[in-house]
Design a binder for this molecule. Structure first.
Ligand code: NA7
Length: 558
């Protein structure tokens, strides 16, 4: 027997929890959340590796929709770690009584649109079936672990773990020889903490990247008070900046200041720490010469910190402009390579050949290991969606439709998949932002949209394929207007997963601009979408966004 409901939400992270609250408590829809994990938290439920921490500053890493919630919740540190974030989400669930409509430990395996009934038929791995009018994927952008296909893993005599599926009971690293593959945001957070307990840590680096100190610290009582009294202002900044963080991008170009002034600005940003480094100049993401100055500053820092010149050279030999791959922030990452128990293996000079029963063999040596840590990232953005067999109109499979790359309108809907919405889907600002702010915008847009459909007796919504094509062109145009297009081997392009199409997936035009576009589309009666009443022909609508509306203004989108 199918469980009949109005709306089904997949995932109980930041996105799914707020979507449940919005659909159920604002629109009065019967809503259910299905979650594969044993509890809520999404990304934070799974990512419990040593050193895991949020890179967004806590005062803006939250929901803003409830003043009451903001007033009663206080973060303890500048960057929260998984336990505190899970406590926060637990508090949210309790406050809005969400748990009663969440089913944990239940993975959605397929979703099929039944055109006659205008229902999504959803199946789970525990044999349950649901029938819902609206289907919302709140599956996260970084939830499909990428474990590289290195020969010999099956023969390894020790234990291995992916950071994104870290055992909740923890892994005792004391006395262990640990090999860590991967030096992205995760690896850069993990290595210093692993090195503190492991007997030896060998870091296998394929591509070095720039990292800025996070400068994490407990929040002072004064700062906490300031946060409590200024939620509206913090939200206003987060909603008006391209990345959804609560800091503004400086209104100056690199060329506007002298080299000495520039050096002082970078030094101050380095001392302050965090992603704000990227906000020191307006043109860092759009002008190569400007970006070069930041890149040089950061490379000089690496060489100054790391004592062994060969290790320093390998860490600083960075081949892409600053912040064109996701910029990590760290706590003592470079300092870690000054420890006696840490070795860097530069895979570009000495590639991995295979995993052996004893460890990892590179071209020049075998590294004996007890534990291998894969900090190798995710099949980002499309991976979690395509892990589900999603079939729309006429049985069209999303996996087939997206074979050459994701096709969406605004990152919110795919053509041929009526009433199916993706929160922070490909084609939306998503991973280029402070996620909760982007999530909140999407959840509210989707909720308003569904409210509009019901108010107007409209049965389904799906994008006009022409609007989808134009949006795809605009997403490319937005990326090409920045230096992001210079790091073609980033996961933003899907380049970390063999066989994945090389398409720039997130929208680089900035969250504030994107928000205006979405609001405009809604204000025009869902311009670019087909709204359909059963028994009627498709309601003709004006086509979605003109080139003018989407045009990328000059200035940092990202
Ligand atoms: P990332 O940023 O995708 O980093 C993965 C790292 O793993 C990166 O250094 C990769 O090198 C490396 N990698 C991947 N496959 C291999 C193989 N086969 N051999 C050697 N090295 C490999 O993932 P993270 O988890 O660090 O971060 C993901 C996001 O989570 C982050 O941006 C935040 O938003 C939170 P490569 O660069 O591909 O050469």
């Amino acid at each position: 027997m199918d469980v009949e409901i109005d709306a089904l939400v997949i995932g109980a992270g930041f996105a799914g929890l707020y979507q449940l609250h919005s659909l159920r408590d604002r629109l009065g829809l019967s809503t259910r959340v299905l979650e594969a994990g044993g509890d809520l938290g999404g990304t934070w439920y799974w990512n419990r590796y040593p050193g895991a921490r949020c890179d967004s500053e806590s005062h803006a890493y939250r929901y803003f929709f409830s003043r009451e919630l903001n007033e009663e919740w206080e973060w303890s540190e500048r960057y929260p770690g998984p336990p505190e974030i899970l406590r926060y989400l637990g508090r949210v669930a309790e406050k809005f009584d969400l748990r009663r409509d969440i089913r944990f430990g239940c993975r959605v395996v397929s979703a099929r649109y039944d055109e006659t009934a205008n229902r999504w038929l959803v199946q789970t791995d525990v044999g349950e079936r649901y029938a819902a009018t609206y289907l919302v994927a709140a599956v996260g952008c970084l939830s499909s672990a990428n474990i590289p296909d290195i020969p010999g893993l099956g023969e390894f005599g020790g234990r291995w773990f992916h950071t994104g599926k870290w055992p909740h009971e923890g892994v005792d690293l004391a006395g262990q020889r640990v090999g860590q593959i991967g030096t992205g945001s995760t690896g850069i957070q993990a290595a210093p903490v692993i090195a503190q307990t492991a007997a030896h840590l060998t870091v296998f680096q394929r591509t070095p990247t720039y990292s800025v100190p996070a400068r994490n610290a407990p929040l002072t009582p004064e700062f906490k008070r300031w946060v409590r009294e200024n939620h509206a202002e913090i939200r206003a900044i987060a909603c008006s900046t391209p990345n959804g963080h609560a800091f503004r991008i400086a209104d100056r170009n690199v060329a506007d200041v002298t080299p000495d002034e520039r050096q002082a600005i970078y030094e101050a940003a380095w001392a302050r720490g965090g992603l704000q480094f990227r906000a020191t100049f307006r043109d860092l993401m759009t002008d190569q010469a400007a970006n070069d100055t930041a890149a040089e500053f950061l490379k000089a820092r690496i060489r100054a910190i790391v004592r062994d010149p060969k290790t320093a050279a390998a860490l600083a030999d960075i081949d892409h402009p600053y912040a064109t791959k996701r910029p990590p922030i760290d706590t003592d990452y470079y300092e870690t390579f000054n420890r006696g128990n840490v070795t860097l293996v530069d895979l570009r000079a000495d590639p991995i050949e295979r995993i052996t029963p004893r460890g990892i063999r590179t071209r020049s040596a075998e590294h004996a290991l007890d534990i291998i840590v894969f900090a190798t990232g995710f099949d980002a953005m499309t991976g979690p969606l395509l892990a589900i067999d999603i079939r729309g109109r006429d049985g069209r499979a999303l996996r087939e439709e997206w074979r050459a790359g994701p096709q969406t309108y605004l990152g919110l809907q795919a053509p041929g998949f009526p009433n199916f919405f993706t929160i922070t889907g490909p084609g939306s600002p998503s991973v280029l932002t402070n996620m909760p702010v982007a999530i909140e915008q999407h959840v509210e847009w989707i909720t308003d949209c569904i409210g509009y459909l019901r108010q107007h007796g409209i049965d389904s919504i799906e994008p006009d394929p022409e609007a989808v094509q134009r949006w795809g062109e605009h997403v490319n145009e937005a990326a090409n207007a920045t230096l992001l297009s210079k790091a073609k081997h980033s996961w933003y392009y899907g380049a970390n997963v063999p066989g994945k199409p090389r398409v720039f997936m997130p929208y680089a035009g900035g969250l504030a601009r994107y928000r205006r576009i979405c609001e405009d589309v809604a204000a025009k009666g869902y311009d670019g979408f087909w709204l359909h009443r059963r028994g009627e022909r498709e309601i003709p609508r004006a086509r979605g966004g003109t080139a003018g509306e989407f045009a990328v203004a000059r200035g940092p989108g990202v």
